[in-house]
Design a protein. Structure first.
Lengths: 274, 295
């Protein structure tokens, strides 16, 4: 009888067990960050409740020039690496779309390798190959940009490929060609404007991945060119108050970017459905 | 359809035949320079003996016979398997309950998952130090209230790392499993109820077998995710724990001399483990998509 009632009940209402379980998981996931956030706002926390509300940690952090320098470096790394990857992939995808479709499989394979490699292998491979060669390639910055370009390849590739598939780029180019337009011009003037929003979402995702990167920055550049994560790691042993403020800042930035990505994805899904 | 499009594209362009391929060159250069050659370099490092300088398996023999490296491989695989399994069990229940919930609850829960899936690496390690480190909030509470598990908890060991790894597996696993549940049809439950199947039978003989490709695919993603994780572990224990990524990195970026031979061999072990995972994942995602086509 009871099973019947359960099966017949509409799935709209949330069962109590579901509510409790989801709440426990959500709390479990939120507690570490919430603790860090509270910790950053108080002078000390040696009892059950923290004591002495203060914004000292944030004032100290925002007055710290090393902090701003590391934020600046991180932004430079994010923006330039993602821009390079987008340009490389857009050029390469032109060949796939307009010249030889068979290259699509090769592109997919080449762009999926970084998934399997991930940070550790990628960084030490690059260090091992280029350190001490004495050329421009042994410059730590050049190595780091190269590594980031590869790191975000899978994400941007998928974004561009999905966008190209969604608008049937091949047909658009053929149509433009029939009207007397060159293929490359058709690609730049007809196809690209149509996939900009698709690329934007995956680029933002890529930015947040580079923003959160520690492995590549630490292994390749280390203390020579501290990004925000390396800056955090260097401060962890020195001042836990300051570090907690850095963690909060990093989390807020990434959360905002993630929020924008989700909103854009939902928006595009809705328009696609309509 | 495919034929006609191929005809259209293979028609000679007005310009030089291979001009179209020029656009591929920058991409190829970067792929070769920063993806393929570094990989090749590691493999070459691995196969040139450290002592003898000759081509061979010397480095691999060393890796598999030195206790520290054996322990690293065992620890890495163990922490990856345990964190992946705990992650998938929690994720399965969470995804199941989220799927049964109202859209409002589900959206709020997915929002938490999305936000917290970004909370990893060094910030996560720091948060856990605040929480469960030597003078962490929970550790102090545990001492005051006499909870030995919290009071004596040591974050800076394998057990501590496991807690961290499980933490970052859960949101990822749930996000990966959630879409699979939309493939479960309401009619199946009704049909099962009409045929007098008990709730357990419904779950274990209908739902779980149906979700198996997604579950195993997710499991392999989680396994490789934990296997390659570096930042979290490094921030907690530095290089003072036998874990594959930590040992590999210390060979190339140590205060001591660089040992590319041993590092390369260790890296090859990690690559092989990762590739196996990726192949398993590909196999299951293909099967999962095939299954959906039939339905």
């Amino acid at each position: 009888m009871s099973t019947k009632a359960k099966a017949a009940a509409p799935a709209k209402k949330t069962p109590l067990a579901a509510k409790i379980f989801l709440a426990i998981v959500a709390i479990y996931l939120l507690v570490p960050f919430a603790t860090t956030f509270i910790y950053s706002l108080f002078v000390e926390w040696t009892d059950i409740l923290p004591s002495g509300f203060t914004l000292r940690n944030y004032i100290e952090l925002f007055g710290n020039m090393t902090f701003w320098a590391s934020i600046g470096r991180t932004l430079v790394l994010c923006l330039i690496s993602v821009a390079i990857t987008i340009v490389l992939l857009l050029l390469a995808m032109y060949v796939v779309v307009a010249v030889n479709r068979k290259l699509g499989r090769f592109m997919q394979f080449a762009c999926m390798i970084p998934y399997a490699l991930q940070g550790v292998i990628l960084s030490i491979g690059i260090i091992s190959l280029y350190t001490g060669t004495g050329t421009l390639l042994s410059n730590r910055m050049v190595m780091l940009f190269g590594a980031y370009t590869i790191l975000v390849l899978p994400y941007i590739y998928q974004g561009i490929r999905n966008a190209l598939n969604a608008i049937d780029a091949n047909m658009l180019i053929q149509a433009a060609e029939m009207l007397g337009c060159g293929r490359f011009r058709a690609y730049v003037q007809v196809v690209l404007p149509n996939i900009v929003s698709g690329i934007l979402v995956s680029s933002l995702l890529a930015e947040s991945i580079i923003f959160g990167d520690f492995v590549l920055a630490n292994n390749i550049a280390g203390t020579n060119y501290q990004n925000i994560q390396v800056f955090l790691q260097a401060n962890m042993g020195k001042s836990s108050g300051l570090s907690s403020a850095i963690v909060v800042v990093i989390f807020v930035v990434v959360a905002i970017v993630t929020g924008i990505v989700l909103k854009m994805q939902n928006g595009s899904q809705k328009t696609a459905k309509e | 359809m495919a034929k006609t499009s191929q005809k259209a594209t293979s028609r000679p362009a007005r310009t030089i035949p291979f001009a179209g391929y020029i656009a591929l060159i920058p991409f190829l250069l970067v792929i070769i320079g920063y993806e393929l050659l570094p990989l090749a370099q590691l493999v070459i490092d691995a196969f040139i003996g450290k002592e003898s300088g000759a081509l061979g398996l010397e480095n691999f023999i060393k890796v598999f016979t030195t206790p520290l490296y054996q322990q690293s491989i065992v620890n890495s695989v163990w922490i990856s398997i345990v964190s992946a399994i705990v992650g998938i069990v929690v994720a399965f229940l969470a995804a199941r309950f989220a799927y049964e919930s109202s859209p409002r609850v589900r959206n709020a829960f997915t929002m938490v998952l999305n936000m917290m899936s970004n909370f990893s690496g060094v910030p996560l390690a720091f948060a856990f130090m605040i929480l469960m480190g030597n003078s962490g909030v929970l550790t102090l509470l545990g001492q005051q209230w006499g909870i030995p598990f919290l009071a004596d908890f040591d974050l800076y060991t394998g057990q501590g790392l496991l807690i961290l790894y499980i933490y970052f597996q859960i949101p990822l696993a749930t996000l990966l499993l959630l879409p699979a549940f939309s493939g479960i049809r309401k009619e199946w439950r009704e049909a099962a109820t009409i045929l007098q199947a008990s709730s357990a039978v419904y779950w274990f003989r209908i739902v779980i077998p149906n979700l198996m490709p997604s579950i195993l695919g997710t499991l392999s993603v989680l396994f490789s995710n934990a296997l390659a994780a570096y930042a979290t572990a490094y921030a907690v224990v530095m290089n003072n724990y036998a874990l594959l990524p930590l040992q590999i990195t210390s060979k190339f970026k140590g205060d001591v001399q660089i040992d590319a031979a041993t590092g390369g061999a260790l890296a090859c072990v990690l690559i092989i483990l990762m590739v196996v995972c990726t192949l398993i994942n590909n196999y299951f995602t293909k099967r999962a998509s095939k299954g959906r086509e039939i339905v």
